[in-house]
Design a protein around this ligand. Structure first.
Ligand SMILES: C[S@@+](CC[C@H](N)C(=O)[O-])C[C@H]1O[C@@H](n2cnc3c(N)ncnc32)[C@H](O)[C@@H]1O
Length: 270
């Protein structure tokens, strides 16, 4: 983690500024402890990744999917195969990433997974500093080794989309691909993306269509209900505050005349 990133971080419980203790690392912070003076909680930094959650405290779908993605991180090839049938990974990812207004500012990927969007982001001469978080420690470990191999500077955080450990208005672009259909609290996650985005910035959210989500759930044997409630995998446009501007939804990942995904985008008022 870059030392300067401390300025962006806040306690996920009370949003107070954090202080850094017992810091170790050569230029960057590889090990240490982020301390909230208000809650008196501390959050470990290990191998450069700040840990804002522990698996034991996750509930509902988040608990189920953190475990699933820890396991799934060994089968990253699945994503490539999925996108192959949609015209290839490059096409599938740039169809979404091209909608971001990259202007050299800070970019946050919520649910960065193993970092498969990064090659396309870093191709852009207007990509700025990149930050990513995920609920799965194994996905983040893969992402860290990927960015280290490529020599990219990307700060990573183990955190939940529903409770972001960042101060308000910290990022110039915020995006999410591929997880929100099965988040525990989608509305909370969308509100958090809005909170951490700078006024005037674009927020882009994409996932599989309801039909594909149903098919994936059936194939992988997920139950589509959790804690007695049916999981809603419709496009979450109804959860976007109506104070947002330029709200639009498009079908993406077209194959045999059918869209296999959706992309929801909007702008936070300036
Ligand atoms: C299909 S992968 C997509 C990864 C990456 N965005 C991509 O486009 O390749 C979905 C990711 O969402 C993460 N995820 C699931 N629920 C989450 C939550 N509540 N908060 C943060 N990440 C979550 C999973 O761990 C997984 O890495």
């Amino acid at each position: 983690m870059k030392r300067s990133t401390l300025e962006l971080l806040c306690c996920p419980n009370c949003q107070s500024a954090l202080s850094l203790r017992d810091e170790r690392g050569d230029g960057t912070v590889d090990e240490g402890d982020l301390f909230c003076p208000y809650c008196e909680r501390s959050f470990l930094i290990r191998n450069g990744i700040a840990h804002f959650i522990s698996p034991q405290e996750l509930e509902g779908l988040n608990r189920r999917f953190a475990r699933f993605y820890d396991w799934f991180s060994h089968f990253a090839i699945f994503n490539k195969v999925f996108f192959l049938s949609m015209g290839g990974e490059r096409k599938a990812r740039t169809e979404i990433l091209d909608r971001l207004d990259l202007n050299g500012g800070r970019i946050l990927e919520v649910s960065i997974g193993s970092g498969d969007n990064l090659p396309y982001l870093f191709e852009s001469p207007t990509a700025g500093e990149v930050y990513g978080l995920d609920i799965s420690a194994a996905q983040l470990a893969r992402c860290r080794s990927f960015v280290t191999t490529r020599g990219w500077s990307v700060d990573l955080f183990l955190a939940m989309a529903e409770v972001l450990p960042f101060k308000a208005e910290s990022f110039d672009s915020v995006f999410h691909i591929g997880g929100i259909n099965f988040f525990s609290e989608k509305k909370k996650a969308i509100d958090e993306m809005i909170r951490v985005a700078r006024p005037g910035s674009k927020i882009v959210i994409a996932d599989e269509s309801e039909r594909v989500a149903r098919l994936i759930a059936r194939t992988l044997g997920f139950s589509r209900s959790c804690q007695g409630k049916k999981v809603d995998t419709s496009v979450p446009v109804h959860l976007v505050s109506d104070t947002m501007e330029e709200i639009r939804v498009d079908g993406i990942w077209k194959r045999h005349g059918q869209y296999h995904g959706y992309c929801l985008e909007f702008r936070k008022p300036a």
